[in-house]
Ligand binder design. Structure first.
Ligand code: GLV
Ligand code: MN
Ligand code: MN
Length: 400
């Protein structure tokens, strides 16, 4: 299967015919179909397929005589709601295609090469981004993870059990980690950083980022019979919190987004009883991100008091600044003939694994500059340039 054939096989899975956006949430039928595709592609290449206790998938190539810790590549198969086709799958399709190239060219890597599909990278189902790699590395405890619930209230533990995984066995896996020497993730670039430049870049850092859940609770009541003075409407402090997030981001030079909100009961003619909103905040430094969130929290509390509403706040995930291993980054950029080196505002499994091993990332140019939306794109020639680049990097790093 060529890159194009693999890409076309994945394209229809989980795609909304109207919007063109993808809905591939962890362990839902669309994502499970992508996992079946992963296993088929691995077996087609005689790679050894292994699933770990945390729901991550691996396909291993053990070239004859290869020894020592593996060079791992790959990415994730899940998507955000209505996401693009490239975020995640590009890294996995490119990994299989790069292995094909190395084999065609008679490469004999001195170290094993693995392809990973990490579970729930987007956190779109259970709220915690990079859940699979966080569990593998111990960045989230198994107890907390088992209690995570999806939008329908289903706990992670039951979803794992329904998919043949033992929820009691999730958590850090030092044995598996010791078999991996480094991780190199190829990913579509998610902004405008590579637009006018070369088709492939190398990551320098991931900026600090996190997610916070604001729960506003008031009193449900009739929209037509409840006087304004009698209302305890959680929609009002929620609306102020959204505006506060924008103001705080401007003040602190950060980014703040409220992209998800749940309203109970969500009826046109009912004052809501509860509004839950999620704040995503990112910025150049931990201090500015923390200051942004603190300011939004204060505004939310003030507005809630004013409207007779309560508000509680929970941090769902936080990733401090990640500086990728400079030796590996320079080696990768050197193999690619001095590829541009750039930071990213997007989170990745490579950022989680960076706490445990040298990691690096390759970015493939995205002409639209759009991501987490259907317009996310990479030109076919740029994708093939990405495959060539990944093959060259794997050839170099796995040499021995
Ligand atoms: C993942 O793509 C994120 O940055 O949220
Ligand atoms: Mn993403
Ligand atoms: Mn991604």
């Amino acid at each position: 299967m060529s890159f194009t054939e693999m890409w076309e096989a994945l394209l229809p899975i989980g795609r909304d015919a109207e919007s063109g956006g993808y809905h591939r949430f962890a362990w839902t039928p669309a994502e499970l179909e992508c996992r079946d595709w992963f296993r088929d592609e691995a077996l087609r290449r005689d790679l050894a397929v292994e699933g770990d206790a945390n729901g991550n998938l691996f396909a291993w190539w053990y070239p004859e005589g290869a020894r020592g810790p593996a060079v791992l590549t790959g990415s994730h198969l899940d998507s955000v709601p209505g996401g693009g086709a490239y975020d995640g799958p590009l890294g996995i399709v490119s990994a299989f295609a790069a292995i094909d190239l190395l084999r065609e060219r008679g490469a004999r890597p001195g170290r094993p090469i693995g392809v990973a599909a990490f579970a729930e990278e987007e956190g779109a189902r259970f709220g915690v981004a990079c859940l699979g790699s966080r569990l593998l590395t111990g960045a989230i405890g198994p107890e907390r993870a088992r209690g995570l619930r999806d939008r329908d209230g289903l706990p992670l533990a039951s979803v794992l059990a329904a998919n043949g995984l033992d929820p009691e066995r999730i958590g850090e896996d030092p044995g598996l980690l010791s078999r991996i020497g480094c991780f190199i993730e190829l990913h579509v670039e998610q902004g405008r950083a590579l637009r006018e430049d070369r088709p492939v870049g190398v990551a320098s850092a991931i900026v600090p980022h996190g997610r916070w859940r604001f729960g506003f609770a008031g009193e449900g009541n009739h929209a037509g019979t409840t006087l304004l003075a009698d209302r305890r409407d959680p929609m009002l402090p929620f609306a102020e919190m959204v505006q506060a997030a924008r103001r705080a981001a401007v003040r602190h030079g950060t980014l703040a987004t409220v992209g998800r909100v749940e309203v109970v009961p969500n009826g046109v003619n009912a004052i809501p009883s509860a509004v839950t909103a999620w704040l995503d905040a990112r910025g150049p430094a931990d201090e500015s991100v923390r200051a942004t969130v603190a300011e939004v929290r204060e505004e939310a509390r003030r507005a809630a008091r004013e409207h007779g509403v309560t508000v509680d706040l929970a941090e769902e995930s936080y990733t401090p600044v990640v500086g990728f291993d400079t030796a590996l980054r320079d080696r990768v950029a050197g193999v690619l003939g001095g590829a541009p080196v750039l930071p990213t505002g997007a989170g990745h499994d490579a950022g989680i694994l960076a706490a445990r091993m040298p990691t690096a990332m390759l970015f493939v140019r995205n002409p639209t500059g759009v991501s987490h939306a259907p317009a996310e794109h990479a030109e076919p020639d740029d994708c093939l340039a990405g495959v060539e680049a990944l093959a060259a990097v794997l050839d170099d790093v796995a040499a021995g």
